[in-house]
Ligand binder design. Structure first.
Ligand code: NAD
Length: 500
């Protein structure tokens, strides 16, 4: 629980969660967390130092080799279910913390975080299902495989959806029997730190989950990646960070999963239900103020309906209520931090420089309800060609780039002309076309006549620059398990190779 000092509105979360205890950081540092709706510091959060990282990894190792490692799967599942119930009971409060910390609109945060307990329950149901197989050989040996936890996992999460990113790692890691050291992004550490209360209340053995807020490069993130006591790094964030993690983590041959960025094509054919397509395309361009890896930020529109879709985007932008994240009336909150706002504004400039037509938006909003917050208008560019910077780079802001295409082949060519390959959407009334186009698109997840439908059971991850491996689905469980082969002689004799 936060401590509110007298004469101050700034909350203090002054302890780390290590080894089942709330401990002061050894070096006593604090992170200032800024409320992006106001631009002012709203919370001070304990900042882990190198010694704290060592303590957390040691606690995770001890739990792995002790009570957690020896606990039957169904008992781990029971603890996870208890955690899920507690999470559900506190979901509203967690949503408020996330809205305050990340600027995510409270209505969106409530809907998302209010569903996370389902995911934890789903993962709990897999906690006793990791089974191996028997390998037929001959009657001299019995050969079989078993699936064992990878070990201690460093889970490193981004600032856009901190609790969802944490859930996607904690769920499969705990189901697999791993232990975790969780490091939230420095911009949004608050909600994640509060998860420690729930693990404590659920009765998890000390050290199964440890939470160490801190910075990335040259700090807690990098120390965890370099730490010889960590077996796997589960990371969501930027490609450049992932490459740095590979460089450091490969020195100790860590396992990796990487959920990185996207520049997803959202394709609208002229035979689609255009109103439905517009609902999905506008939402998937501006949800989370554009700070989602699955954003349909490249909207590919068949020429015959292009003007209609451009007009639909313009009209919808006028209806989007941009305001403080914790206001229930707000559709779209601010950008999560100042550097992200500056990046978005810079890319809006690149769009103009590169010759795209700004249809609406494009400005930072300030004053009035927007005050000094990091608000930007929902923005629409038309006449975009796929080689422009706003079509090739992940902006992570509410900027839709509308690109015209002629026919199916043209749509597929443009859709695949990207270094990313995370998600894609397509809208068509033709079932054959749905199958043809979906099969040709190079992306880890393709939606037809829907968008951003993501569940715990559906594997999620990307091709190319969008990452390595998958989160969610049984595929994610696999990535937290090692296969171990055991071969037992059934006759107990081993010939003397040097007998003559
Ligand atoms: P980021 O890479 O800057 O930071 C992510 C995390 O890595 C933070 O916790 C940070 O402290 C840590 N970090 C930074 N440098 C590090 C280092 N050298 N070693 C270890 N840790 C380090 O990313 P971000 O800006 O926080 O997040 C935005 C990115 O995340 C976007 O590119 C977005 O597409 C991506 N993302 C992807 C998914 C997905 O599922 N594919 C989901 C959400 C966000």
């Amino acid at each position: 629980m936060p401590v509110t000092p007298a004469n101050s509105d700034i909350l203090r979360f002054d302890r780390l969660y290590i080894g089942g205890e709330w401990v002061l950081p050894e070096e006593g540092g604090m992170i200032e967390s800024i409320d992006p709706s106001t631009g002012a510091v709203w919370a001070l959060v304990a900042r882990a130092g190198r010694g704290d990282v060592d303590r957390a990894v040691a606690a995770a190792r001890a739990a792995l080799e002790g009570p957690w490692g020896t606990m039957p799967g169904h008992e781990r599942a029971a603890l996870m279910r208890r955690f899920a119930d507690l999470y559900q009971a506190r979901a509203g409060e967690l949503a408020e913390l996330e809205a305050r910390d990340s600027g995510r609109a409270i209505r969106e945060a409530r809907a998302d975080i209010g569903s996370h307990h389902n995911g934890y329950h789903w993962w709990a149901s897999l906690a006793d299902k990791a089974s191996g197989r028997t390998i037929p050989f001959d009657n001299t040996v019995h050969a079989f495989t078993s699936r064992v936890p990878v070990g201690v996992v460093a889970a490193i999460t981004p600032w856009n959806v901190p609790l969802m990113a944490a859930a996607w790692k904690l769920g499969p890691a705990l189901a697999a029997g791993c232990t975790v050291v969780l490091k939230p992004a420095e911009q949004t550490p608050v909600g994640t730190l509060e998860l420690g209360r729930l693990f404590e209340a659920a009765g998890f053995p000390p050290g199964v989950v440890n939470i160490v807020p801190g910075y990335g490069g040259g700090d807690v993130g990098e120390w965890l990646v370099a730490h010889p006591g960590v077996d796997k790094v589960a990371f969501t964030g930027e490609g450049g960070t992932a490459r740095a993690i590979v460089n450091v983590g490969s020195q100790t041959m860590k396992r990796f999963t990487f959920e990185l960025g996207g520049k997803s094509p959202h394709i609208i054919f002229d035979d689609a239900d255009i109103d439905q397509a517009l609902n999905a395309a506008t939402n998937s361009a501006w949800t989370l103020c554009g700070q989602s890896c699955a954003l349909g930020s490249r909207v590919l529109v068949q020429r015959s309906v292009y003007d209609r879709v451009v007009a639909g985007f313009r009209d919808c932008a006028a209806r989007v209520r941009v305001g403080p994240a914790c206001d229930a009336n707000t559709h779209m909150g601010p950008q999560a931090h100042l550097a992200q706002l500056e990046k978005t504004v810079a890319y809006i400039g690149y769009g103009k420089e590169d010759g795209a037509e700004l249809i609406t938006g494009g400005e930072r909003l300030s004053g009035g309800i927007h005050g000094n917050g990091y608000f930007v208008q929902p923005t629409v560019f038309a006449g975009v060609s796929n080689d422009m910077r706003i079509a090739q780079d992940e902006i992570f802001g509410p900027v839709a780039a509308l690109i015209p295409f002629d026919d199916e082949d043209d749509a597929v060519r443009i859709a695949n002309d990207t270094r990313y390959g995370l998600t894609a959407g397509l809208w068509t009334g033709d079932t054959g076309r749905a199958h043809r186009v979906a099969a040709k698109i190079r992306a880890g997840m393709v939606w037809v006549n829907t968008y951003r439908f993501i569940r715990w059971s559906t594997p999620y991850g990307g091709f190319g620059a969008s990452g390595w491996g998958r989160e969610n689905g049984v595929e994610a469980l696999d990535s937290y398990l090692e296969t171990k082969t055991t071969i037992i002689s059934t006759h107990g004799r081993f010939p003397d190779a040097y007998a003559d």
